[in-house]
Design a protein around this ligand. Sequence first.
Ligand code: RFL
Ligand code: PHB
Length: 390
Amino acid sequence: MRTQVAIIGAGPAGLLLGQLLHKAGIDNIILERHTGEYVLGRIRAGILEQVTVDLLHEAGVGHRVEREGIVHHAIELVFAGSRHPIDIDTLTGGKVVTAYGQTELTRDLMDARAAAGLATLYEALDVRPHGFDGDRPTLTFTHGGRTQELACDFIAGCDGFHGVSRQTVKDRITEFERIYPFGWLGVLADVPPVSPHAIVYGNSERGFSLCSMRSLARSRYYVQCPLEDKVEDWSDERFWEELKRRVDPELAERITTGPSIEKSIAPLRSFVAEPMRFGRLFLAGDAAHIVPPTGAKGLNLAATDVKYLASALTDYFVAKTSEGIDRYSQRCLKRVWKAERFSWWLTNLMHRFDDTQGFGQRVQEAELDYLVNSRAASTALAENYVGLPL
Ligand code: RFL
Ligand code: PHB
């Protein structure tokens, strides 16, 4: 088996890369460890920057997000019992974000890939990259009980935080990491979102909360919880009760509750691996970096890595220049660190830490007050939230 670009991982990064390369006439094969249903079953991101929506159009899969995505012109911050809008559209001169689930985006990309007849090998086990320091990289893997080899010109490691790509080069990377002492308990429910036109981020003495959505009939909510908590500790009743106590009374009154259709606890982490290129092996998306979800940046960063990588590989194959691949790591990391900084800052501002009582809490209160009353501070938040320029 041979292809130009072998992609490990059929998450959003791998699928989007495959589609952009296909559009540029570059053939690619994706090897995915799990089944397609499993990949689609992971409830994760919900907010897309304009850059990501534009990329979906470029990849030829923008029609559904255009139709079904919910455009947000503002976000809201709740603290000290009241709600404050941040009008991201006005503050950034017309930029917005779109609520559209990662599941839907993944489905659109999978459908387009199938329609184009591109190869994805699901349940490809024990994938291993070889020879990427030379000119003839290969991947070995087991599929359908047989050991196979895929020869290629380049390998794209789009295999997420727990993938094999970064592990393969772990002796050659510098890791930067921060682990937060709490998690997010997320609930998905088929009830109308309490705030259909703005995501609500809450800071309360009981901890962080977030009101988000997947559609006008499906809501996504989160509350900060101790890392030791188990999903079984949280009945639906306990969750709704806790959420209501963390927002202002008017919003709490309007929350429609209902049975959860998914409930999970995610740990929060900031992580960057440098560099992101090793000869003919590239890392992209969560394989190279993780942000805490507070700024909604993870999927968007994966999309911009892929944009840079697709353009670098197109330059290599079509324009016959390797300048793009030489600059790939540096270009990505510049943007990655800005998103890391923003997500870390917003996480620190909005969550309860063990030492938040006292000094830390007063500083949070002062900063939140400043944020909603200073146009300069609100603008800085808005600019980062909609996504910094490429
Ligand atoms: P993924 O989605 O993890 O996909 C990697 C794929 O690689 C496969 N794989 C392998 N395949 C073959 N061989 C191996 N050895 C393999 N190892 C792994 C995996 O099975 C998988 O299919 O990474 P990718 O593509 O880089 O995409 C990244 C995003 O999924 C992630 O950044 C976002 O979900 C983060 N995130 C959010 N991002 C946003 O931009 N906006 C948001 O609103 C947002 N909210 C969130 C989030 C993440 C969350 N959690 C649970 C981590 C909310 C949450 C709660
Ligand atoms: C979500 O809808 O899942 C979501 C929204 C905003 C975030 C994180 C997650 O910051």
